[in-house]
Design a protein around this ligand. Structure first.
Ligand SMILES: [Fe+2]
Length: 508
């Protein structure tokens, strides 16, 4: 076992840390602060929310003591926790790494709540969450941040400090919460361990990331909706195939990764994995203003087209050289999730239909001849993409917005079922948010072969701030100045406004 918590992060968080100076392989002690990984909330319903914590002190390897630990929780209408509306006790067990997922119900709609955990004689500090407005009511606005890709070694989480100052109602996290492996240039801090491959390795990786004070503060401020991308398991994996492994061995790794993901996220019990399977695609509503369709494009997808012999993962291929690319049998979501999404789109009634998913959906070919496409994103599944966008049009789901991550760039695009017919009206607008820290690539000013790309910029780290009202959706592309500076400044690269009833971009 090795030291888990970087001292600097804890001191910066300003938390009381009795026992911090103790080093060595000690048994669990009541005077060790057990909330070192913070607290979180998620899945806001109109009368419910999930509260999360994981008891851990300084040690890697899945917790503090093999014994179950009672964790008391309280929810109040006020920050001082005087007007208590719910309280209870959960048991944190070693089997789940002493994580706790409390499904609090019976709350009032559309209001803030404050909560706190108590365990082993210590208090977690007070955090804030909120409930969603009731279906049948039209809230005046919803402000949510879109975040993804937070490679710990490649930068500090200054983006979250700025996001916190904007006081969003909700954070939507679209994958790559952890990275299983080290990579990148000019690293500012270390994973302090090998690539995660088993349950202990993934748990340690989440625990390390969750010691970051800016990330903890953002979790304390509002509920999150989370989905995963590839790095929660391994780079570019597809279903049961990773880059260098597949079958039963890979599924054992995937099971460990999925378990650790659930243990560290404010997800409901319904998302708890069984073996290598976990249902995380779901819908979350925010009154009649927004309906979120949260997708999983990793677990059920076909393998990337035309893989190199003996290897999994993505690559660049042309349609000319890779007939498999256009095979309509290939799916990104899997047939069950495709059907679930189609049915949900046909039933969508909220003013804004938000598809929260992992990767860029808009076509973006290279400038080579013949044009090549990156096979790990939706460009590798063009028939499935055309099917989805066709469903979106046929369903007449109100005002579709697609939000994405993965590409470490801000990208804004109009989406059409046939990208070769730019004269046809778009069926949705896509906003892909850049990474919190992960290093990005270069983008051009314009793409003549892909005129639906309105904006692309991979130069800055940051996030999207989305504001929905009944009349308009505004997307602000936030960029931090320097990912290597914890106290970095912030600017807005661009601002786009979308009027309800017109699926096309207006300059902001
Ligand atoms: Fe990423």
């Amino acid at each position: 076992m090795t030291l888990l918590l970087p001292r600097r992060g804890l001191l910066r968080a300003g938390m009381a840390m009795p026992g911090l100076a103790l080093l060595g392989h000690l048994p669990a002690r009541a005077d060790e602060y057990p909330f070192a990984l913070g607290v979180a909330s998620g899945e806001p319903g109109s009368d419910s929310v999930i509260l999360w914590t994981r008891l851990a002190t300084r040690w890697q390897g899945g917790g503090i003591t093999p014994a179950p630990v009672p964790v008391d929780w309280v929810v109040a209408r006020d920050e001082g926790l005087r007007d208590v509306v719910r309280r209870g006790r959960a048991m944190a067990v070693a089997e789940d790494a002493h994580s706790v997922h409390v499904e609090v119900t019976g709350l009032d709609p559309d209001r803030p709540y404050w909560y706190r955990f108590t365990a082993l004689g210590a208090e977690s500090g007070t955090a804030r969450t909120r409930t969603a407005p009731r279906p049948g009511t039209m809230p005046a606005h919803l402000r949510f941040a879109v975040a993804s890709c937070q490679q710990y070694e490649q930068g500090y989480y200054g983006a979250y400090r700025h996001m916190l100052a904007e006081n969003p109602d909700l954070v939507v996290f679209l994958g790559d919460y952890i990275y299983e492996a080290s990579w990148g240039r000019n690293l500012v801090r270390s994973h302090e361990g090998p690539s995660a491959r088993d349950l202990e390795g993934y748990r340690d990786r989440y625990a390390l990331y969750k010691t970051d004070p800016d990330l903890q503060a953002m979790h304390r401020a509002c509920p999150w909706l989370v989905t995963w991308d590839d790095h929660e398991v391994s780079n570019d994996y597809a279903a049961d195939r990773g880059e260098m492994e597949e079958g039963a061995g890979f599924l054992a790794r995937r099971a460990a990764a999925y378990k650790a993901f659930w243990e560290h996220m404010p997800l409901p019990l319904s998302a708890r994995p069984e073996g290598a399977s976990a249902r995380i695609y779901r819908r979350v509503g925010f009154g009649d203003l927004a309906g979120f369709h949260i997708l999983d494009d990793r677990q059920y997808r076909a393998y990337q087209a035309c893989q190199r012999p003996g290897r999994g993962g993505g690559g660049y291929v042309s349609r000319e050289a890779c007939a498999e690319l256009d095979d309509p049998a290939r799916s990104m979501l899997g047939s069950a999730q495709e059907t679930w999404l189609r049915e949900g789109l046909h039933g969508a009634r909220a003013r804004w239909t938000v598809l929260a998913q992992q990767t860029r959906m808009a076509r973006l070919g290279t400038m080579r001849t013949p044009v090549t496409y990156w096979t790990d994103g939706w460009d590798g599944y063009p028939a499935a993409r055309a099917r989805l966008l066709g469903d979106l049009a046929a369903s007449r789901a109100p005002n579709p917005l697609v939000i994405g991550g993965d590409i470490h760039a801000h990208l804004v695009a109009e989406l059409r079922p046939d990208f070769d017919r730019p004269e046809t009206p778009p069926v949705a607008v896509e906003f892909t948010g850049t990474s919190i820290t992960s290093q990005g690539g270069r983008y051009r000013e314009s793409y003549p072969a892909d005129p639906h790309i309105a904006y692309a910029n991979g130069s800055a780290r940051g996030y999207l701030m989305m504001t929905l009202t009944p009349a308009a959706a505004t997307s602000e592309l936030r960029a931090i100045d320097d990912v290597r500076d914890r106290d970095t400044g912030l600017s807005t690269q661009r601002r786009f406004v979308l009027e309800a009833g017109r699926p096309a971009l207006l300059p902001g």
